[in-house]
Design a protein around this ligand. Structure first.
Ligand code: HEM
Length: 191
């Protein structure tokens, strides 16, 4: 890890070399020192780009619980949902229901709906013991600043229930999933 102090030292060295050997920049063939300096410069640039990329990546809250704890014993429940493909079909209905709902619509209207659906499929698939991977953010980070209250949370669950009914997901299977989602109100509800 390069520290600002090392960066300062490198720059000082570059200036010192330039002063000590004026005109070296015009030399046709770069000297070994010049090559070393150029290599160092390229390395610093790459390091800076990597730091920028890390900055742009979604911030995850280390205090947030695992958003997708796997429950291998729920694998039969995933079958009741029609597997990962069934979850994907369910999410289309769920998102349509959310957007059509007076209370939920405003939350999701400006969200990246395709992304949310994709992340929900992954999340539910992992929770239900499927051979999937959840690549989304934790629940605390995902919902921070949205101003969600308990009634909003309950309404989202109702819209999900309506979607599950529409897809003929057995009541018992619905409840198995909902039991795993219920504790997430601690991260999602902030009001
Ligand atoms: C157990 C309940 C919930 C679960 C499991 C859940 C799950 C998720 C997931 C997986 C994402 C995507 C994360 C990502 O982008 O990496 C997400 C995003 C989102 N959720 Fe939830 N959510 C829940 C409750 C709620 C509630 C109650 C609301 C609002 C009333 C809500 C509104 C949103 C919105 C607007 C986004 C998109 C945020 C953005 O684009 O930055 N969620 N949720």
């Amino acid at each position: 890890m390069e520290t600002p102090m090392n960066l300062t030292k490198t720059l000082a060295l570059a200036i010192a070399l330039a002063v000590a050997a004026p005109g070296f920049a015009q030399d046709a063939a770069p000297t070994a020192e010049e090559q070393a300096l150029l290599a160092e410069e390229a390395r610093l640039e790459a390091e800076e780009a990597a730091l920028d990329a890390a900055e742009a990546a979604p911030r995850l809250d280390p205090s947030a619980p695992n958003p997708a704890p796997a429950h291998p014993e729920l694998r039969p429940v995933l079958d009741d949902f029609g597997g990962e493909a069934g979850l994907a079909r369910l999410m289309d209905t769920f998102m349509a229901g959310l957007l059509a709902d007076e209370r939920m619509g405003p939350f999701f209207a400006n969200a990246d709906q395709e992304r949310v659906k994709r992340q929900l499929v992954e999340q539910f698939c992992v929770i239900l013991g499927g051979d999937c991977e959840y690549t989304g953010r934790d629940m605390k980070t995902s919902h921070a600043g949205l101003g969600i209250d308990r009634a909003d949370f309950n309404r989202l669950v109702e819209v999900l229930q309506v979607a599950m009914d529409a897809h003929d997901v057995p009541f018992r299977a619905q409840n198995k999933l909902l039991a795993r989602l219920a504790p997430m109100h601690r991260e999602v509800v902030t009001e």
